[in-house]
Design a protein around this ligand. Sequence first.
Ligand SMILES: [Zn+2]
Length: 323
Amino acid sequence: MFEAPVCPDNRVRGQSPPRIPHEALRLMATTYPVSRWKIGAAAITRVVEIEGDSPGTFFFEEATPERLLQHAWLRPHFLTGDGRVIASIHCFVIESAGRTIVVDTCVGNDKPREVKAWHMRQGRFLEDLAEAGFPRERVDTVLCTHLHVDHVGWNTMLAEGKWVPTFPNARYLLGKKEWAHWSNEPEGPDREVRNDSVRPILEAGLADLVATDHRITPEVCLEPTPGHTPHHQSLLLESDGARVFYPADLMPTSAHIPLPWIMGYDVEPLRTLESKRWILRRAVDEDWRLVFEHDAYVMSGRVAVDGKGYGFRVEGSGQRAAG
Ligand SMILES: [Zn+2]
């Protein structure tokens, strides 16, 4: 039902595409660039754009190496030996009911960005996506769970000096209220992101502004999970009795399962807590398997009740799959 990650024959573990070095973000090859699972009649493919480690203070001012290293359980999946946070940025491609759905579009190439490792990237994400079986013309649906910089980047690409839709044959599903929220914020660092990665999609007539509980196929629907952004949405896939949940940045890694562990830049952190409470309850009650947006090593797993709180059982990791 849920197969272990497999590495396509033409890829060798540790053979990572060339990446751009960055003084704060160390890049590495921890997992396969492409992993794929069968879920009932559907399939999920994980295509990595960036992996690396960065200072915890990038997320939380107080998350110094000394403080993080006090939490032994964070090693080795989430923390390096010198206390840096390990993370990944990847997209998921879901094949369901004849649809090919790209979920969250990472950082993108050629874009001016504040984070140096993301600035004017020249990564080979589109080549990796095509090698995984998804040339960009084949994609018919793109979903952005929210409109942060690392979830909308490949919405567009640079062509003859203009930002054009990367997936010309796709409908792009954007949260109606999420867009209303951000489009009413005239200033701030995200403005450039909206202008180069979201507005061109609307102007090309490829955007469908959807509700946070929109159903994409009979097997795939959105779940409203506000907090990280005011109208953040997650995705639930159900096929032949198997359920997989993608919480996006509500819980960006499996280290964020315990209730108090939330993102440093959630817009509404108390709502994140509320969303986490009911999502984690359902994950246990309905036996969901979770996959994560920013986990480098942990591929998937299940939520477990742990005393009065919640823990996590890893059921697939980059390390284990590599033997
Ligand atoms: Zn993110």
